[in-house]
Structure formats: C-alpha cells, structure tokens
Design a protein around this ligand. Sequence first.
Ligand code: 13P
Ligand code: SF4
Length: 305
Amino acid sequence: MNVSELQKKIIELKKQNDVCILAHSYQAREICEIADYTGDSYKLSVDATKVGNKNILMCGVRFMAETCKILSPEKKVVLAQPIAGCAMADQMDKALISEVKKKFPGYTVVAYVNTTAELKTICDVCVTSSSAVQIVNNIENRDILFIPDCNLGSYVSRQCPDKNIRLLSGCCPIHACVTKKEAEAAKAAHPGAELLVHPECTPEVCSLADYIGSTSGIMNYAVNSDKKEFIIGTEISIAEHLQYMCPDKKFHLLSLKLICPNMKATTLMDVYNCLNGCGGEEIVLDDDTIRDAKRCIDEMIRLGQ
Ligand code: 13P
Ligand code: SF4
C-alpha cells in the first residue's frame, strides 16, 4: 500500500470504529492529514474535551495521551506509539517535586503540561507554552515555583516581572541544544528572514528572535505576516507544514538538531495497526490520579480563558 491508500484505509477504519484521531503539529504531514484535530498541546487538550467519539487515538507523546484520559476518563484513549515519551516530562517525578515543595512553602506550583499525570497530582495549575504567561499573570500569589522547563520558566519570568518565579533545571533537550552561534549564523545566512522561536529555546537564542511563541503561535504568526521569509526555531515539522500552507513564502530550519525522536516515533503504519486493534497502548490511570491531576488541568483551562 502506498501512503494515500493507507490514508484512505485509515479514514474508513476510524469511522467504522468510532475513533477520533488527535495529532500534535510536530507529527509528520501524512499523519496530520488523517487527523480530526491538529494543533499545539493547549489546543489538543481543549479539543479533547469536545470529542463525541468513544475512542481517542493520540498521535503525539505520552503526556498528551494522559491529558486526554484525564479530561475524558470515560473514553478509551490509546497512544499510537508506546515508546513516544517526552524527554522533558521524564526529568522530574512526584518524589522529587514533593521534596522541592517542602523548601518552598506558600509557593504556587505551576507545572508545564509536559509532565507526567502522576506529577500533576501534586501541582496547583498546569500551563502550556501558549498559555503560560496569561495563566501566571492570572494567579493571585506572587510566589511561583515553575516546573520543569527552566527555559520556558525564564521566558515567563521576563514577561511577568511582578512575580517571584523560582525555576528548576529541567529543559527540552531538543530545543535547548540550539546555540546562540547557530541562531546568529542562520540570521547571517538569511538576512531578510524573521527568526521565530519556541520558548523552550534558551534565553540567549530567544534574545535574537523576532517572535517567541508556542507551536500554534509560530504558525499563526508566519501565516498572517506580510514578511516572506522565516527561520523556524522549533521542531522541523512546523517548517514543513508552513511550507505547504504558504507556498509563496520561504521557511528555513534554525537547526537540523530540532528533530524530536519521540514525536517522530509514530508512523502512519502505527495508526493503521492501532485502528486494526493491534499496537498502541491504552492509557490506564487510577481514579485518584485522574481526580487530582484534573484539578490542575481544569485550573489551566479556567485561568487560560
Ligand atoms: P506546544 O505547547 O507548543 O504544543 O509544545 C509542546 C512541546 O512538546 C514543545 O516541545
Ligand atoms: Fe518533549 Fe522536547 Fe519532544 Fe516537546 S520537543 S515532546 S518537550 S522532548
């Protein structure tokens, strides 16, 4: 079967089996094409609450499938590729943060959505890269413990100068490994291009950017801009999607290192296999985890509106 034959089969099977497919924008184009909803982590978590189907198939990484399960516990949620974790979410667990919390009593614990369901159970509110600044500004408490991403946390600190924000040393190894030197070289090679970066990049790289924003933020900015040339400082699929959406514009990659192996672990064949009842992993969370983690995600949706 070629790609379009496989896509046709997938579209038939998802209808027959009452499955809604969610795909993060870092997924390959052929997967986004067969998805019912695509977008950044915030949009997917809101979309997940509106899904009418009995089954959700998540093409993304594990914490995204867990978020869907927490928001729709009555549905069967399957992660299309079980090895798709998130290198940042795996850096901090509940035991570590329980200890850290003891050192910062009275602080509101703000967890990037890129955390495990178990860790979310002891946090106060979740944020995504597109909602973090607004949510932190809407929190009454001035004292914030922001976990796990120190780069996103540092970006939020710069945007919310009235808050006292403590950071830990987590990061996304994919975005954080882009260097200032690479950003300078890309700008020198494409002097007419604007540099658009994800806030998971380091402050040094962000300081050179014309725009800093989430996956959807970057895409909306490039689509709506009058400018014709951009350097994309986030996962490489975003540049690919944008090139299809705006054939009259030019998109350059900030760095060839910006490939997330977890996001790229899912293939169209995995999706096909899941719809045939083999492969994938059903997300199973106990009732207490769902109840406690949901408080933190509900707060995100409430404060993000
Ligand atoms: P978004 O919140 O922009 O979707 O990013 C998720 C992510 O994993 C970025 O690396
Ligand atoms: Fe996690 Fe980084 Fe991959 Fe995003 S790009 S899913 S933060 S490892």
